[in-house]
Design a protein around this ligand. Structure first.
Ligand code: SAH
Ligand code: AVI
Length: 332
């Protein structure tokens, strides 16, 4: 008889999380332009909608990254020789399997740590990995990869991964500090593998965020349902229109929700009573697109340096393998 080995830990108590969410939402919706933090897309419905997005014909990101990863997993494992794999923002935890399999083939696999803000997706993904990789110790961390990285503890034999171009959902000004915090949890021979969506023609970029089936629009509006469920708000999601466009000056896709009419919204837990004009918008997400140069420009001073830059033949997406700056011999 064999036991699936997995355990789940939470970064913070539910009450603390609710208070933080209320404060963040209040700050975002009272600022101009109004915004909501994109991490609040991901309740169970939002996470399922993201999974649906990954299968859309227009959304080239997931299939391109998965193919690329399948081709380089053995090379990455041979270079880093990790015994532990960490995935930040793990979602359904599918891609990580390609690295775990390569680690198992190399006789290295011991432990996997998944971190996500969605507790039930995290628990399902942890359980499934523990069942499918016998003997693997799986640790699920419910937390925010911006604020709760301390839960990871010190590195050593660690390969951390951040797929999907989720790094693009951070403002570029926040990325160096984020990378520096990741570096604090890596030992000198450890590494960080980061999925990066690349700058390309505007039509392909905009199609990926304006799919014909309307799944991205539902995903976008889901953030309002999350506000209703968790903060007692009375948003009518259908009274907001999905907007997504490429901003070449910032090299990011911006998603917004545009009020279809003059309307009033109450959010009791955030102590808000808001009036939206017809046409008024809430920014819900940025999704930054990089080149090798613009991504490399974020690294100096972070303690991480670019070791390998893997791309697909069409140059749609990249996986950047980052090592500790001192360990790769480059300047910090
Ligand atoms: N890694 C998966 C899922 C990517 S979707 C893939 O490659 O397909 C982004 C994931 O990050 C979601 O599962 C979401 O719940 C999680 N997420 C978003 N913001 C987060 C945050 N601030 N902290 C922790 N997890 C977050
Ligand atoms: C998770 N993240 C990388 C996705 C993206 O493409 O920025 C989220 C998403 N937003 C709209 N479609 C998908």
């Amino acid at each position: 008889m064999s036991f699936a080995l997995y355990q789940i830990e939470s970064a913070r108590a539910d009450g603390d999380q609710a208070a933080r969410m209320a404060a963040e939402v209040r700050a975002g919706l009272t600022a101009r332009p109004r915004s909501l933090p994109s991490k609040y897309f991901y309740d169970d419905r939002g996470s399922r909608l993201f999974e649906d997005i990954t299968r859309l014909p227009e959304y080239y990101l997931t299939r391109t990254e998965e193919r690329l990863l399948a081709g380089i997993a053995a090379d990455v494992v041979a270079r880093v020789r990790p015994t532990e794999l960490v995935e930040l923002g793990s979602g359904a935890g599918r891609k990580v399997r390609l690295l775990l399999a390569a680690m198992a083939r190399a006789g290295l696999l011991e432990r996997c740590v998944l971190m996500d803000i969605n507790a039930s997706f995290l628990s399902n993904a942890s359980q499934a990995l523990a069942a499918d990789f016998p003997g693997l110790k799986v640790h699920g961390l419910v937390g925010d990869f911006v604020d709760d990285l301390g839960l990871l503890g010190p590195g050593g034999g660690r390969l951390a991964a951040f797929f999907a171009s989720t790094i693009g959902n951070l403002h570029p000004a926040e990325v160096p500090a984020f990378l520096a915090r990741v570096a604090e949890h890596l030992a000198p021979a450890d590494a960080f593998l980061v999925g990066v969506d690349l700058v390309k023609d505007v039509a392909s970029l905009e199609a990926a965020y304006n799919d014909a089936a309307g799944v991205t629009a539902e995903f976008n509006r889901n953030i309002l349902r999350v506000m209703n469920d968790r903060l007692g708000a009375d948003f009518d999601p259908e009274a907001f229109e999905h907007v997504a466009f490429y901003d070449p000056a910032h090299a990011w896709i911006e998603m917004r929700l545009r009020s279809r009419k003059l309307q009033r919204v109450r959010i009791p837990a955030a102590r808000l009573d808001l009036a939206f004009e017809a046409g008024e918008e809430i920014r819900t997400e940025i999704s930054c697109k990089y080149t090798r140069e613009s991504f490399a420009a974020l690294l100096p001073g972070t303690g991480l340096a670019l070791d390998r830059w893997y791309t697909d033949p069409e140059n749609l997406f990249a996986l950047a393998l980052l090592g500790r700056a001192s360990a790769t011999g480059l300047q910090r």
